[in-house]
Design a protein around this ligand. Structure first.
Ligand SMILES: Nc1nc2c(ncn2[C@@H]2O[C@H](COP(=O)(O)O[C@H]3[C@@H](O)[C@H](n4cnc5c(=O)[nH]c(N)nc54)O[C@@H]3COP(=O)(O)O)[C@@H](O)[C@H]2O)c(=O)[nH]1
Length: 769
């Protein structure tokens, strides 16, 4: 009998296997409810199988089987649906079998299923755990109740059961319940663990795929064990090709060594970060940042390492861009001021170490503003780019060419020579070469243009001077080069420093002089062939209380640069206008006109026209008696603006004389557009008129040109009668020069004149023949 019972129980245990399979998530398409239904069917079927091979109490209609165990476990692990399905099947089958024990058999089915559900309820609320001891107690209790149910069987069957195997039944079935419960519990736990593991693996996979990084697993020899990437093109070779290979088989020796070193460091020192470049499968050169971590054992390999590689190409490019912006000039691609400072610092140190001289060359494009203004900024930019290219081609690789901004360039020459004289000679040769190169025509928008540069050179040896001082020296030398007429270079020397200091002193004295009204007009007469005085040129003089009379040649350029020329010109014009008003009622003088020099700074004022007109109006002077002397260089600036301003002043009555004519580059086509009245032959041509055929030819041409343009012509710097005569022969009949009178104060000027019989002003004393 005991053996029969155990046989029945063994059947039950096979249930676990099937249950386990079901739990393992096979048949996922069934869904949760479907799987429960199937489990119910399984439990029910087992009950039916059990009831089909029962222990039968002969002729009593009573059968014995393990349905109580199965159904209680169906309730406990399967829940209401499983217990319901299994119970219904078991009850149906038991009723179908019939017999005297059928009602009790169905009651046992119900009792077992409900007991299982009750235990499930208690366990869910944590009032009762599923420990083996509790399962045994549950089994005992359940089967005590089942035995109690047997008392409702016909008497003889009930007694037979109690006498034959009541105790064995209780013990075996209680134990079977506990055992089955434990097995099912174990299967469920295992399943839950597997599910959790699968879920966390899914999560990990999702995370790895979500991040843009590549994940590699290497062993300690640098062999590829695993890799995860959603962009195979970012690998150095295909995944299939890489797996199992060693880093040394994939990368060039040098790179392989550095990558392997990272793996070794990871094993020895812990996580590492390493930036490296690879050529990807897609043929691109890309930057990666590798972060490593020890993984431990993996796929049977000890000491494995995880390598997370992030594509940082864009970041690197941005970093490079930023570095470029910070250290390079975007227009020319040359090093900028900051990088130059760094290189100069290195150059000074290098010179200190080697004892070799170096040199700093400052460049400034002559009249670059004119190119910018006349041709436009695009052309200006093109010119700067071409200058940059020529400078770079003109020096060695070790030298530095930089752009400071605008039209300012710098060349840093290093390792020139240990001897100062030789170094200077070398530097001079470079300067001459660059001067020549930069003076060659430039092709801008298909047309040839000319441009020149001025250069300031400063030699250095070691760290005797700071970088700042050196730059100041080169700048001062550049200033000298410009002052020397541009398109040339100058070396810095100590005397230059003195000159600059003097300039600073002069500037402050100029300001003071303006306040104290130390500037006075000198008048130099202008006369014609007939000896009639037509007027005078007004030339400013500075009556300095300590230094005496200072020549305008010494202070006008400084006044120009500092802008002090504006108040100075206004003071002078006010005096000139007052003089014209004063003369307007004096016989002879009323017809004189006064010529005043106008500087570039003045003309460039936006309200230049308005200021002049306001001053003349305010004084009450006749504008017809006023002449403004312009130099050719003024016209180079912005010709259209110049024409507009001159036309406005001409309309007001003021005349214009073009000073220093022949020394500049006036375009004849523009000359026709200017509302000029007079051309002035520069004294430099008059000086050697009789000895230099070129000067004579130029003077002749200017006279002819004035004639053809309908302009009057005057020659300045006439010192000798022979010069005057020559000029007269060529057709120039108006003169200014020492032959007739030097510039002088008003009293001297007026005293030198008298009225002739016709009421014309003539020289009191005829000039020496
Ligand atoms: N913007 C202004 N510029 C001015 C003003 N006053 C003068 N200047 C400019 O300064 C430069 C030097 O002028 P200055 O020393 O006065 O020299 C002038 C004449 O004195 C000189 N000159 C005249 N005749 C002779 C001569 O026979 N021989 C000789 N060696 N020199 C002579 O020439 C200068 C004439 O200058 P300009 O006609 O203007 O070219 C000079 O450039 C002045 O323009 C001022 O108020 N504003």
């Amino acid at each position: 009998m005991l053996l029969d019972l155990i046989k029945g129980v063994a059947l039950l245990l096979s249930l676990c296997l099937l249950y386990g399979i079901l739990l393992r998530g096979q048949l996922p398409w069934l869904g949760r409810r479907g799987r429960r239904l199937l489990t119910g069917l399984l439990f029910g079927s087992l009950c039916i199988v059990g009831m089909s091979t029962p222990i039968t109490l002969a002729g009593s209609g009573v059968i014995f089987d393990a349905r109580s165990v199965i159904l209680s476990m169906a309730g406990l692990f399967g829940g209401p649906l499983v217990a319901g399905v299994a119970g219904a099947m078991a009850a149906g089958f038991r009723l179908w079998l019939g017999g005297a024990g059928a009602p009790v058999g169905v009651s046992v089915i119900l009792l077992s299923a409900l007991a299982g559900l009750l235990y499930r309820f208690l366990a869910r609320h944590k009032w009762l755990s599923l420990r083996f001891r509790n399962l045994v107690l549950f089994g005992l209790l359940l089967h005590l109740l089942v035995i109690y149910c047997f008392t409702y069987l016909p008497n003889e069957a009930a007694e037979l059961i109690h006498s034959l195997f009541g105790l064995e039944f209780l013990l075996v079935f209680a134990l079977a319940t506990a055992l089955l419960g434990s097995l099912l519990l174990d299967a469920r736990r295992r399943r839950r663990t597997e599910l959790a593991l699968a879920r966390s693996q899914r999560h990990l996979k999702a995370v790895v795929h979500a991040i843009p990084d590549l994940l590699f697993v290497f062993n300690d020899e640098g062999r590829y064990l695993e890799m995860l990437t959603h962009e195979e093109a970012h690998l150095v070779r295909s995944r299939a090709d890489l797996l199992g290979k060693r880093i040394s088989e994939v990368f060039a020796p040098e790179q392989a060594v550095s990558l392997l070193a990272v793996l070794q460091r990871t094993l020895q020192q812990g996580p590492q970060c390493h930036e490296y470049q690879i050529v990807t499968l897609g043929g691109q050169l890309r930057w990666f940042e590798g972060r490593t971590h020890v993984l431990g054992r993996y796929q049977g390999h000890r000491n494995c390492i995880v390598w997370l590689a992030r594509d940082i190409t864009e970041r690197k490019e941005r970093e490079e861009q930023i570095a470029n912006l910070a250290f390079y000039d975007p227009l020319t691609g040359l090093p900028n001021r900051r990088l130059l400072r760094e290189r100069l610092g290195q150059g000074l140190k290098e010179s200190q170490r080697t004892g070799q001289y170096g040199a700093l060359l400052f460049f400034d494009l002559d009249h670059f503003k004119i190119i910018n203004d006349t041709l436009g900024h695009d052309m200006g930019d093109q010119l700067l780019q071409q200058v940059a290219a020529r400078l770079q081609q003109g020096v060695r690789k070790v030298d530095t060419v930089a752009r400071l901004g605008g039209d300012e360039f710098v060349v840093l020459l290093v390792g020139l020579d240990a001897q100062r004289v030789s170094a200077a000679h070398h530097c001079r040769r470079v300067a001459e070469k660059l001067l020549g190169e930069l003076g060659r025509p430039y092709r801008l928008a298909g047309q040839e243009h000319y441009s020149t540069v001025s250069m300031g050179l400063a030699l250095f040896l070691g760290e005797e001077h700071s970088a700042e001082t050196l730059q100041r020296h080169a700048d001062l030398a550049l200033y000298q080069a410009k002052a020397a007429g541009r398109n040339t270079f100058r070396f810095y020397d100590e005397t230059m420093q003195v000159a600059i200091k003097q300039r600073v002193i002069l500037e402050s004295a100029l300001r003071q002089g303006l306040q104290l009204r130390q500037f006075q007009p000198f008048y130099q007469l202008q006369i014609n062939d007939a000896g009639w005085v037509l007027g005078a040129e007004v030339l400013v003089r500075w009556q300095h209380p300590e230094r005496g009379m200072i020549s305008p040649a010494d202070f006008i350029p400084v006044a120009e640069e500092t802008g002090l020329i504006i108040p100075l010109a206004e003071q002078l014009l006010a005096q000139v206008c007052r003089q014209l008003v004063a003369w307007s009622s004096q016989p002879g003088f009323a017809d004189l006109s006064l010529a005043v020099n106008v500087s570039a700074r003045q003309v460039r004022q936006e309200d230049f026209v308005e200021r002049i007109i306001a001053q003349v109006r305010h004084s009450g002077a006749n504008p017809q008696r006023l002449k403004l002397e312009l130099t050719e260089s003024l016209l180079l600036h912005d010709m259209d603006d110049m024409i507009r301003k001159m036309t406005a002043l001409k309309a007001f009555g003021i005349g214009f004389s073009l000073d220093d004519f022949g020394t500049g580059y006036s375009s004849l086509s523009y000359l026709k557009l200017l509302p000029l009245e007079q051309l002035k032959i520069d004294q430099s041509f008059v000086r050697d008129l009789l000895n230099d055929p070129n000067d004579a030819a130029i003077a002749r041409t200017i006279i002819a040109l004035a004639d053809s343009l309908g302009l009057s012509v005057i020659a300045e710097g006439v010192e000798h009668e022979s010069q005057r005569r020559f000029l007269a022969e060529q057709g120039c009949h108006t003169y200014q020069g020492y032959l007739f009178g030097r510039p002088g104060p008003l009293e001297r000027f007026m005293a030198s004149l008298r009225l002739d019989e016709q009421g014309r002003l003539v020289l009191r004393q005829a000039p020496d023949a």
